[in-house]
Design a protein around this ligand. Structure first.
Ligand code: ZN
Length: 238
């Protein structure tokens, strides 16, 4: 397949960040496909919310709907086999001796980007869009801008093709991510992100808060809750 400069593949987990990344890509590229990864995560419920989110985002805007192409789900069972982390095992979520949260899955984003690049190669996409963020990134070293830039270089060399890796949320906080959702898709996208995107590490879809569903206690929930509160506060001030 020939490579298209107008086609993007979005790493779409079903979380808040990747939902905003999908909307961002739909405003910039004429064909947008999505990929999700099933790696035995405890919060596999995020995979369940993906189709509803995709359909909801496509329905918000006729142009977005016509641009949104295929969805792909790739199983990477080996990732859970080789990692002893709180996202794949029944391990407490806390800060480990190395200073990183036990939710850190070593090399997860490097592996995701490699699989996404291979898929982009086959699908003729010249762009990857991913939600990594260095601002409030829990200290995950594979979310750093420098890591992503190095990966882009490695992938471009290794595939012998230009492949741009876009991370539109790299330098903004969770509150600004809510604001971008509103900028891109109005209250409709904001409501969709709150109602249907999933962040909670424990996969809790029973407790509904003003910022969406989740246990309210895990680091992902706390980050999302705090981000939403700040977003509402900033909106009130402007
Ligand atoms: Zn939670």
């Amino acid at each position: 397949m020939t490579i298209s400069p107008d086609t993007a593949l979005v790493l779409f987990s079903g979380g808040q960040d990747s939902s905003v990344c999908l909307a961002w890509a739909l405003t910039r590229f004429t064909r947008v496909e999505t990929v999700g990864f099933d790696y035995g995560q405890r919060h596999a419920v995020e995979l369940d919310v993906r189709p509803r989110l995709r359909a909801g985002i496509a329905a918000l805007d006729a142009a977005w709907g016509s641009r949104l192409g295929d969805d792909h789900v790739i199983r990477i069972d080996a990732l859970a086999e080789i990692s002893e982390t709180a996202l794949t095992r029944d391990v407490a979520i806390e800060i480990a001796e190395n200073g990183l949260p036990t939710t850190f899955v070593p090399a997860r984003n490097l592996i995701f980007l490699s699989f996404a690049a291979a898929l982009a190669y086959r699908r003729g996409a010249a762009h990857l869009v991913a939600g990594m963020c260095e601002t409030d990134y829990s200290g995950y070293p594979d979310c750093r801008d420098e890591t992503i830039k190095a990966m882009q270089k490695a992938l471009t060399l290794g595939l012998d093709r230009d492949l741009a890796v876009h991370t539109p949320l790299m330098w903004i906080d969770k509150a600004a991510t809510f604001a971008i959702a509103e900028d891109l898709g109005g209250q409709g996208l904001l409501d969709l992100v709150i109602e249907d995107s999933h962040s909670c590490y424990l996969g809790d879809r029973t407790h509904r808060h003003d910022w969406g569903y989740g246990c309210g206690q895990c680091p992902a929930c706390r980050l999302r809750a705090q981000g939403y509160a700040t977003y509402i506060e900033r909106r009130r001030q402007t």
